[in-house]
Design a protein around this ligand. Structure first.
Ligand SMILES: Cc1ncc(COP(=O)(O)O)c(C=O)c1O
Length: 381
């Protein structure tokens, strides 16, 4: 059958493919431990669940405002102002099916054929595909010790460059970009007329006193699309509620597209998100502290067999595995397959994130699972 060139060209998400292999092994009776997904294992807050159930019992199951419930957008606007230092009116906010759709909407709105979009590498697997789905070309820019290298970004800018996608705290590296780098990027963006797409999915997972900062609050407000989500901060991955906040002209256009792509995000899930925003910092701090402890453990265990930079944020340790390559294991993908079949542990090969020779270990599992998984990995190497 003839399919579109777009569908033919889209590569399968490596994380989804490896999770499917792990699921097949599990179905065959194998116990597979997962260090694969960036999905927080803590339950969603009980107040979020209650609010969602209440919305269902009140019959709030119909279409609603395609841009997002006005009450939710008002709360997001306040949250952006108080926690992130971003001034965004409710009409400049678009509620989306997770950060993933916010990214899709943003790129469909700002770029197309002939445009280039810069992506610091390594990167989250969906960035390049989302750029390609908009018809534009992803251009990868090397990072330095996992940090944003603004000089390298400047060198990669051409007359065709439309935007740059940044992600701090970073998936897969755990890097948290400091204010100086974000300010330098904001200045470069102004000089070269670039837009910035800032994926802040892990904003509430910064460790050791590192602070998550939004580039929109550091001089790039008029050219930044900020993307955030309820998925990670509140363990609401299945709710599919995220959002973007953008300058008015972009927000208006994104809203028009979004109305055709999906219409409103699940109405009762948005009521869960409203409850989440009522929870305050205590809930977020408790969750952050759990993952900081897990980060400590995963980093210590991973460092026994791999060279790792300590992640200052996010939910992953990104490990240099090159000393284990050679012989019958040629690359990171081969090593990930080996660990899956020999050790029964699923991990993401760095090649899926644009960095050969590395593995990404998620630390979203409880401590006993982390200990067992790394013991198995050590035995299999
Ligand atoms: C950097 C990054 N952005 C966005 C997402 C997707 O988040 P959501 O569940 O809100 O679509 C993820 C999830 O893995 C991610 O790692």
């Amino acid at each position: 059958m003839r399919l579109s060139s777009r569908a033919e060209a889209a590569s399968e998400s490596a994380t989804l493919r490896l999770s499917a292999v792990a699921a097949r092994l599990r179905a065959g009776g194998r116990e597979v431990l997962s260090l694969l997904e960036g999905e927080p294992d803590l339950p969603a807050p009980s107040k979020v669940l209650e609010a969602t159930r209440r919305a269902l019992s009140r019959g709030l199951t119909r279409y609603s405002d395609a841009a997002g419930l006005p009450e939710l957008r008002a709360l997001i606007s306040r949250k952006l102002a108080t926690r992130n230092g971003i001034a965004a009116a409710p009409e400049d906010i678009l509620v989306t099916n997770g950060a993933k759709q916010a990214l899709y909407d943003a790129l469909q709105t700002i770029c197309g054929p002939g445009d280039e979009v810069l992506i610091p590498s390594p990167y989250w697997v969906s960035f390049p595909e989302s750029v390609r789905l908009a018809g534009a070309k992803p251009v990868f820019v090397a990072t330095r010790a996992h940090q944003l290298d603004v000089d390298a970004v400047a060198r990669a800018v051409t007359p065709r460059t439309r935007a740059i996608i940044i992600n701090s705290p970073n998936n897969p590296t755990g890097a948290v970009y400091p204010a100086a780098a974000l300010r330098a990027l904001a200045r470069l963006a102004a000089r070269r007329d670039l837009l910035i797409v800032s994926d802040e999915a892990y904003e509430d997972f910064a460790y050791d006193g590192a602070a998550h900062l939004s580039v929109a609050a550091l001089g790039a407000a008029r050219r930044t699309i900020t993307i955030q989500t309820f998925s990670k901060s509140y363990s609401m991955t299945g709710f599919r509620v995220g959002f973007l906040a953008a300058p008015p002209e972009i927000a208006r256009a994104a809203r028009r597209l979004h109305g055709h792509i999906t219409g409103n995000v699940c109405t009762f899930a948005q009521h869960g998100a409203i409850a989440a925003l009522g929870l305050g910092r205590g809930e977020l701090e408790r969750r952050r502290a759990v993952y900081q402890k897990r980060r400590d453990l995963a980093y210590a265990l991973a460092s026994r067999g791999f060279d790792c930079v300590k992640p200052r944020g996010g939910l992953f340790v990104f490990a240099d595995a090159r000393r284990h390559l050679g012989g019958h294991i040629k690359d990171a993908e081969g090593l990930a397959e080996h660990l899956l079949h020999k050790a029964g542990v699923s991990v993401v090969p760095g090649s899926a994130c644009g960095m050969e020779g590395f593995l990404r270990f998620s630390f979203t599992s409880p401590e006993p699972v982390l200990r067992e998984a790394f013991a198995r990995i050590e035995a299999a190497l």
